[in-house]
Design a protein around this ligand. Structure first.
Ligand SMILES: Cc1cc2nc3c(=O)[nH]c(=O)nc-3n(C[C@H](O)[C@H](O)[C@H](O)COP(=O)(O)OP(=O)(O)OC[C@H]3O[C@@H](n4cnc5c(N)ncnc54)[C@H](O)[C@@H]3O)c2cc1C
Length: 368
C-alpha cells in the first residue's frame, strides 16, 4: 500500500491532521495503537477556550483563538456531512470569584473578547444577564462573576466519531491495533515504521501520539518535552441541564451538556502513565462542587474517568518538522487545550508541510 503520509495517533490531533491533508489531496494512513479516539481526546471536557485565558502567553492565545474561530464552521460541516452531531454549542462560561478583575478586563479588551461583569443571584427570576445560576438546588452563590458569553463547548466522543467518519469518507485509511514501536531511519530520513502488525512506509511521517509522543520518539525527540498529566473527571446526570453556562471556579469547572449530563473536572496529576481513578480525587471534586451547589447534597457521580493530557512547558505544542529528519513532523503536546487548538494546529501543520505562509508567527511551536 502506497501512501503519502503515515500519521501516528488517532486522537483529535491525528484525526484533524488527517482530515486537512486528505482535503489537500494527499493519501493518508493513520495508525492507532488501540482504538481511535479513546484517550485524552475522549476523556477531556470539550471546553473550547483556555480556562482563564488571561493566564496564558500569546502563543497559547493565538492558537486557541484561531481554533475557536474555526470550530463553529468545522463542527457544522462535520454534522452535515457525517450525520453525527458533535454538539457544538456556545454556552458561555461563567467565572466565579476569586479572579483578577483588572487583568481579565484588560486582557479581554485587548483581545476583542466579550466580557460581562455580572451579578449572581440565587433565583433567576429577574432574567437577562443577572439570571446566571439557576440552581438545581435553590442554593447557590450571591455576588459578582465574569461572563464570557462566546465560549463554546463540544461533546468529545461525538466530535471524534464525526472526525473518524469524515476521514474515512475522504478516503483516509485508519489502521487500529497498530502500535508503532520503532522508527527506522537512514540518511536523515525516516524510511519505515515498525508496528505490531509489520513494517509500513510513506513519504512523510507525522507524530500525533499525544502524551506518548516523546516516549515513542526516544532520542529523536531531542528537546521535545511532553509528559502525561493525569486529569480525572466526574459525570453527573440530571433530568434537564441544571444551568446553562460552563461554570469555572479557580481550577474547578462544571460543564452542562444539553441532555442533562454535567461534567465536573478536573485534577492535574504528574503520576506517569497511571490511568487509575482515585477516591481521593473524587472526594475532593465532590467537596468543591458542594461548596458551590450545597443542595447537590449527596448526589453521586454516575461515572468517573481519567485521561492523560500531553503536558508541555507553558502549554505550547510542537508543530512542525524535525530539525534533522527531513520527512518527520510533529503535532503534539497540546496539554490542556488540544481540542480547542485542533483545527488551527492541523492548519499550521499543513502550511509547514507545504511551505505556505502562516497566519501568524509559528516560531514558538517549532521543533528545536
Ligand atoms: C481530564 C481532561 C480534560 C480536558 N479538557 C479539555 C477541554 O476542556 N478543552 C480542551 O481543548 N482540551 C481539554 N483537554 C486536553 C485535550 O483532551 C488534549 O490536549 C487532546 O485530546 C490531545 O489530543 P491528542 O490527539 O494529541 O492525544 P490523544 O487523544 O491522547 O491521542 C493520542 C493517540 O495516540 C495513540 N498512540 C500513542 N502511542 C502510539 C503508538 N506508539 N502507536 C500508535 N498509536 C499511538 C494513543 O493510543 C491515542 O489514541 C483535557 C484533557 C483531559 C485529560
Amino acid at each position: 500500500m502506497r501512501t503519502d503520509f503515515l500519521i501516528i495517533g488517532g486522537g483529535v490531533i491525528g484525526l484533524t491532521s488527517a482530515q486537512v491533508l486528505l482535503q489537500a489531496g494527499y493519501r493518508v494512513t493513520l495508525l492507532e495503537r488501540g482504538r481511535v479516539g479513546q484517550e485524552a481526546s475522549w476523556a477531556g471536557g470539550g471546553i473550547l477556550s483556555p480556562l482563564c485565558p488571561w493566564d496564558y502567553s500569546e502563543s497559547v492565545t493565538r492558537l486557541t483563538q484561531r481554533g475557536m474561530n474555526m470550530f463553529s464552521e468545522a463542527a457544522s460541516q462535520l454534522h452535515t456531512i457525517t450525520g453525527i452531531n458533535p454538539e457544538y454549542q456556545r454556552s458561555g462560561m461563567l467565572v466565579l470569584p476569586p479572579y483578577q478583575t483588572e487583568l481579565a478586563t484588560q486582557w479581554c479588551a485587548q483581545h476583542q473578547v466579550v466580557l460581562h461583569h455580572v451579578n449572581l443571584l440565587l433565583n433567576p427570576s429577574s432574567g437577562g444577564r443577572r439570571a446566571l445560576l439557576p440552581s438545581p438546588s435553590g442554593g447557590g452563590i450571591e455576588g459578582g462573576g465574569l461572563l464570557l458569553p462566546e465560549v463554546a463547548q463540544v461533546r468529545n466522543p461525538r466530535l471524534l466519531q464525526a472526525l473518524r467518519k469524515r476521514v474515512e469518507m475522504l478516503g483516509g485509511v485508519i489502521l487500529e491495533q497498530h502500535e508503532v514501536q520503532k522508527l527506522e531511519i537512514a540518511s536523515e530520513r525516516v524510511i519505515a515504521l515498525h508496528t505490531t502488525q509489520g513494517k509500513l512506509s510513506a513519504d512523510t511521517y507525522i507524530v500525533a501520539a499525544g502524551a506518548w509522543s516523546k516516549t515513542l520518539l526516544g532520542e529523536n525527540a531531542l528537546n521535545m518535552d511532553i509528559r502525561p498529566i493525569r486529569g480525572q473527571i466526574l459525570l453527573f446526570k440530571f433530568d434537564a441541564p441544571p444551568f446553562q453556562q460552563i461554570v469555572l471556579k479557580e481550577n474547578l469547572y462544571l460543564i452542562p451538556r444539553c441532555d442533562g449530563h454535567v461534567l465536573v473536572g478536573s485534577t492535574m496529576e504528574d503520576v506517569g502513565f497511571d490511568k487509575s481513578t482515585t477516591m481521593e480525587a473524587r472526594d475532593r471534586l465532590l467537596k468543591r462542587v458542594r461548596e458551590i451547589f450545597p443542595s447537590w447534597g449527596n448526589r453521586m457521580p454516575v461515572q468517573h474517568w481519567a485521561g492523560f493530557r500531553p503536558g508541555s512547558p507553558d502549554n505550547i505544542p510542537t508543530i512542525g518538522r524535525h530539525p534533522h529528519l527531513t520527512n518527520l513532523y510533529a503535532n503534539s503536546g497540546h496539554f490542556r487545550y488540544g481540542v480547542t487548538m485542533s483545527f488551527a494546529s492541523a492548519e499550521l501543520l499543513r502550511n509547514e508541510i507545504e511551505s505556505k505562509l502562516q497566519p501568524f508567527s509559528v516560531a514558538e511551536y517549532r521543533w528545536h
